[in-house]
Design a protein around this ligand. Structure first.
Ligand code: ZN
Length: 174
């Protein structure tokens, strides 16, 4: 056992503290970790919403996402009504945020009959992918999948930025 915070814990605390000089951040490494995670870009906000349960930011982040979808739709000349555009924004966001299969709770395998124990067979509901299936209008499906990929790319970039900041501050290049 160790008393050092894990990266995830430092990250979660950083998102709940506006003051990174708080006494909890006495360890330099922890402080740097916290700084790296406090990404002010949109990807950072998405990251915190999904992984640090920063639910207070749900509504403003969804609003911002609706603007992003609108811009993408214009740039790509998607012929969508305002109503459909809103559906694409809302459904992609909801699916991306709550993507765990509710039947197997994200394990990907089915429970044994009359037992809480997990078996070897893949979950019927998600075919073992552990993700819930996307239920939407067939005509909007590809637009929604496209925007889900966009959200996933933003998360990967946010993680990359955090690691890059950390490696510069900790001078991991030497
Ligand atoms: Zn499942």
């Amino acid at each position: 056992m160790t008393n050092r915070r894990t990266i995830a814990e430092s990250y979660a605390c950083a998102t709940h503290s506006s003051n990174l000089r708080h006494r909890e951040y006495t360890d330099d490494t922890d402080r740097l970790t916290a700084i790296a995670w406090s990404d002010s870009e949109f990807g950072g906000k998405l990251f915190r919403l999904k992984y640090a349960n920063e639910r207070a930011t749900y509504a403003p982040t969804l609003d911002r996402w609706r603007e992003v979808v609108e811009k993408k739709a214009l740039a790509r000349r998607w012929e969508l009504s305002a109503e459909d555009m809103l559906k694409v924004a809302n459904l992609s966001f909801e699916f991306w945020l709550f993507d765990i299969c509710p039947v197997c709770s994200g394990h990907g395998v089915a429970k044994l009959a009359n037992s809480p124990v997990l078996g070897d067979a893949p979950c019927n509901a998600c075919n073992g992918t552990a993700r819930r299936s996307l239920i939407c209008d067939a005509g909007l499906r590809n637009f929604i999948l496209d925007m889900i990929s966009n959200l996933e790319e933003r998360i990967v970039s946010a993680g990359g930025r955090a690691i890059a900041k950390l490696s510069v501050k900790l001078d991991l290049t030497k």
